[in-house]
Write a protein that binds this ligand. Sequence first.
Ligand code: B1M
Length: 215
Amino acid sequence: MDWIKRLHEAVVKGQKREIAGFAAEALKEGMSASAIVDEAVIPAMNKVSELWRNEEYFVPEVMRSASTMQVCMDALKPLLVTGEHGKDLKVAIGTVKGDLHDIGKNLVAIMLEGAGFQVENMGVDLPPEQFLEAAQRGAKVIGLSSLLTTSMPGMGTVIELFETSGLKENVTFLVGGAPVTANFAREIGADHYAENAAEAVAVLNNLFDSDAQNP
Ligand code: B1M
């Protein structure tokens, strides 16, 4: 059985009841959890995005695929959360105010947890003050996600709030989301930009490594 194809199809078609079983079979046949995410789940969500763009999928279909993806990620989570790396680093991640998109942000959160970071997944539509409170609770990395050009400036608002509160130097800002670019990240004063979940993990792993080398 081509499990990549089967799992990809399950996410695209929103086969929520079947997907955990498919993932279990794929694992039994020797596929790794990260291969399932990288080769089936993420490309399938990209396909769903394309179908939405082409107006072949509408809100119900997109939501069905998103919840199917979530079931699959929940089933794989114990296997993805294996990293020893970065264990002491607290990361608070959320979608900025005015924005309800959370599929990609949740993927980033799960992958960071998988890499061993302590992740507080704060939700969506978050007022800037909530990120400040997360830093006061000990988060060293603040992850901001935005999927809308209209909510993107909200990332800058969060960073400005940290500046005026004198807390900007205490944290590292990681930003991402489909419309966000490395240039935009620089403009608003973010420390790092990641294009996708794997890059977010790589960025923070590098940060952790260099902290370990220069404590
Ligand atoms: Co919305 N939506 N949506 N939507 N939606 C987009 C973003 C859009 C591009 C579609 C389009 O028109 N082509 C468009 C934005 C246009 C723009 O601003 N330029 C859009 C719009 C307009 C809207 C509404 C305004 C529609 C309306 O009501 N008229 C509305 C807004 C609601 C709101 O937020 N206030 C809306 C609503 C919705 C749904 C509720 C139906 C649903 C969201 C469901 C949910 O998230 N729970 C939805 C969806 C699903 C999409 C698309 C189709 C898919 C987004 C997605 O989940 N992609 C999207 C079209 C698209 O992106 N092509 C679209 C899959 C996901 C894995 O990728 O989120 O990009 P992504 O995450 C990636 C990277 O970006 C990155 O890593 C992730 C994994 O690799 N990343 C980070 C993300 N966050 C990161 C943080 C990091 C680092 C990396 O560090 C902290």
